[in-house]
Design a protein around this ligand. Structure first.
Ligand code: C5P
Ligand code: MG
Length: 165
């Protein structure tokens, strides 16, 4: 058990983009995306970074250890399952997410119209109010047009009734 009542986690992910594939971010399908993620799972780079942020906050490793991308059983899997598993591992250590901040770097399409839906979706998976999920978008300024990059910080809070004692 950690001596700290708060733990900070950081996660990152990237996927190559190709025509003819779906693009899903934070559990939200992006309509009219010309390019989608090349991935073993559903390629949801937001949820992969969210899960890694949760795990890293308690030094629990990363999602590849729990969901190897060579395992046939995880092919095309819904990344919400990965977040649910990370949340369980965090809860087993006596912590819950406090707030999270998500940054998505993607040139096209514009994601601003999906900001609230992505925040709501991620918040729902983490049992948080939407106000505790910050979602920012950046372009790569044309440096990586066929690429999606995500970064997520997560504050973990020791759940009431647990901890050092
Ligand atoms: O990266 P840059 O500073 O050029 O982004 C400018 C604006 O475009 C930001 O306000 C951001 O929210 C928005 N944006 C977006 N969808 C993207 C990338 C950036 O809505 N895919
Ligand atoms: Mg990924």
């Amino acid at each position: 058990m950690s001596a700290l009542p708060f733990r900070i986690g950081f996660g990152e992910d990237a996927h190559r983009l190709e025509a003819g594939r779906p693009l899903v971010l934070g559990g939200v399908p992006v309509p009219h995306a010309e390019l989608g993620a090349v991935a073993h799972s559903d390629g949801d780079a937001v949820l992969h970074a969210v899960a890694d942020a949760l795990l890293s906050g308690l030094a629990l490793g990363d999602i590849g250890q729990y969901f190897p991308d060579t395992a046939a059983e995880w092919a095309g899997m819904d990344s919400r399952v990965i977040v649910a598993r990370a949340l369980e591992l965090v809860a087993a250590r006596g912590y819950v997410p406090g707030n999270v901040a998500v940054v998505v770097t993607l040139d096209r399409p514009k994601l601003g119209p999906l900001r609230a839906e992505i925040a709501r979706s991620v918040a729902g998976l983490l049992n948080l109010p939407e106000s505790e999920v910050g979602v920012s978008f950046k372009t790569s300024e044309g440096l990586a047009p066929a690429h999606v990059q995500t970064r997520v910080t997560a504050l973990l809070v020791r759940a009431p009734g647990t901890g050092e004692g």
